[in-house]
Ligand binder design. Sequence first.
Ligand code: PLP
Length: 218
Amino acid sequence: MSIEQKIKELHSSLPQGVTLVAVSKFHPAEVLQRAYDAGQRIFGESRVQELLVKHEALPNDIEWQMIGHLQTNKVRQIVPFVSLIQSVDSVRLIECINREAERIGRVVDILLEIHVAKEESKTGWQYDELVEYLQSGALAELKNIRVRGVMGMATNTDDEMVIRADFEQLARHKEALALHFDASFDTLSMGMSDDFELAIECGSTMVRIGSSIFGERN
Ligand SMILES: *Cc1c(COP(=O)(O)O)cnc(C)c1O
């Protein structure tokens, strides 16, 4: 299937209330343009440098999202235009985003990335540490970020039961954390090319799909 067909197929098949983020990391701007021409407006990137280059090159009604690990020294470069930072996994990063957003008079939407997968390597908050931080009340003081919800990844396995259990865990975490926020805490970002259907069954409201749209990354 071509990129255009794949975008159209996803737009017509994803349930209402599920947002498609086209994960375009490692693909050149021309390739993203094809998805754009087929109607896609939300793109996810995992590296700041790439995000900057593509933001310059492509139409300005695109919503750019950061989905990869973000270093605090790169925050300033993306805060002026990014529409959502999904991969927020530390107090330091939260405070940095808030500070940079305040400096330019913006409120930046973020997701809290929670670690549920079995691998050690995956990034994200340990749930208990996140709860402790929220209970401290420190986050409520930060006026230039708006926490829109939770992001996570399932264990890298073919075992559907394990993947489902991870997604259900993320969904429970999101429900529990909602107590700390207002109604704008509405996003549960989970599901990638190989597991997004399962993620949607478990309550995902935002899927991040790369390779099944754009092909394998080199
Ligand atoms: C690369 C990436 C994706 C997309 O993965 P695919 O398997 O190519 O769909 C989704 N989320 C994050 C955080 C990623 O880094």
